[in-house]
Design a protein around this ligand. Structure first.
Ligand SMILES: [Mn+2]
Length: 415
């Protein structure tokens, strides 16, 4: 049984009998005349099928515990093949998904009616994730309205939390892909460090990283690269990357390579000229100490809330003892984000169990930071951590972060 089929089985095992599950891959968004935005697949659909093609449905009926899986996808036309290349053929879809049946997506409405007319079907499961973004269509909602217009005899249930809960615990094949995403990020960061002392602008650091991940493994970015020098590092989601590196001591990089759907999410803070200043080093080492302390605290049974409380306590205590703040209550001015989030098919993977506790197989970030804007200093050090039976494994442990190691690396590769 292949990975995607196994993922589907793990979801079905939590659903009721005499039901149908319908998941949609999403639509291509028009950009201008004949250009569209790059297609971003619904990650729940991808998790269950391995397909990244637009306008594709997974429809699964379960009747008297008999499961039947159908994929509905585009039919190739001469015109489309000539201009854009081929859509997946039915044979390719069988190969990727190991589903039972492939139909053309033009048949979707008829097929839906056929299923709803089956008197055995009592429940329809849809991905009804409520996204509050203005004006954006939720395809689950569209489908829900359509079904409610056709029949009042079925109960519609949201399957979003079920799928994301299954997704929360990563399978071995996913962990392998994640390791690859982190390793590409490591290799690219090393190339960045080698050239850093010769660079003049934040965007050159960004460009170097993004070029390298593309060159190494054809990876796109996990999210918009943050390359924030000096006081810009105090802006959490700094996007401009257009400032000069001149007269700034450090640059904060928050970035990652996206490998086959899996998002590395790494932060490192480097001295631009290759050597940490005294004050910079003091702040850097508090954040590094906190990063290592929290990684040690990550284990099954612990919640992200516990980790956050420990982070605040650690940073406050050390900032006071190093004379950076007078009272521990001031720490909120210099550390003001969460220590951790789940990572996987999304950079911020859905967290249905945010209130719950960590389990083996979950992958989370560990990203303490300190931001002293008035000093022109911001530091964040972020690793990607796999929760294992007896604690945690730092998947990004090979991306160097000791101040001395960074200085030595830059010095020994200086052009
Ligand atoms: Mn992060």
């Amino acid at each position: 049984m292949n990975n995607y089929k196994k993922n589907r089985e793990d979801v079905y095992s939590r659903l009721k009998d005499n039901s149908v599950l319908i998941i949609y891959s999403g639509e291509l968004k028009q950009f201008s005349a004949d250009e569209s935005y790059p297609f971003v697949v619904n990650t729940n659909f991808y998790y269950m099928t391995g397909i990244t093609q637009e306008n594709t449905y997974l429809v699964v009926t379960r009747i008297n515990d008999e499961i039947h899986e159908t994929i509905l996808a585009y039919e190739n036309t001469e015109f489309h093949s000539k201009w854009m290349g081929d859509y997946l053929t039915p044979e390719q879809i069988f190969d990727i998904t190991e589903c039972d049946e492939v139909r053309y997506v033009d048949d979707f409405d008829d097929y839906l009616l056929e299923i709803l007319n089956n008197k055995k079907i009592e429940t329809v499961y849809l991905d009804l994730e409520k996204i509050a973004f203005k004006g954006q269509i939720n395809f689950g909602e569209v489908l829900k309205n359509k079904i409610e217009n056709e029949t009042k005899l079925v109960e519609i249930e949201d399957v979003y939390k079920t799928i994301t809960t299954v997704r929360g615990v990563k399978k071995d094949y996913e962990i392998d892909l994640y390791r690859k995403a982190v390793d590409v990020t490591r290799e690219a960061l090393e190339e960045v460090m080698k050239e850093l002392p010769n660079m003049k602008y934040e965007y050159q650091v960004q460009a170097k990283f993004e070029y390298e991940i593309k060159r190494i493994a054809n990876c796109p970015i996990s999210f918009e690269t943050i390359a924030a020098a000096g006081k810009n590092a105090a802006v959490l989601h700094y996007r401009a990357n257009d400032d000069t590196l001149e007269n700034k001591n450090m640059i904060l990089l928050d970035l990652g390579a996206l490998y086959k759907g899996y998002h590395a999410d790494i932060s490192r803070t480097y001295p631009i000229n290759g050597k940490f200043g005294e004050l910079e080093l003091k702040i850097y080492n508090i954040v590094l100490g906190c990063n290592k302390y929290i990684i040690n605290e990550i284990k099954p049974g612990v919640s992200l809330k516990d980790l956050q409380a420990k982070t605040v306590e650690y940073l406050a205590k050390h900032c006071v003892s190093e004379g950076l703040i007078k009272d521990e209550s001031e720490i909120g001015n210099y550390y003001f984000h969460g220590i951790s989030h789940h990572i996987g098919l999304d950079t911020h993977d859905p967290m249905p169990r945010y209130e719950g506790v960590l389990e083996p197989g979950m992958i989370i970030s560990c990203e303490p930071g300190l931001y002293f804007k008035e000093l022109g200093i911001g530091v964040r050090i972020e690793d990607d951590i796999l929760v294992v039976e007896n604690g945690s494994e730092n998947l990004s442990k090979d991306i160097i972060k000791e101040a001395r190691e960074i200085e030595d690396f830059i010095a020994s590769h200086r052009a």
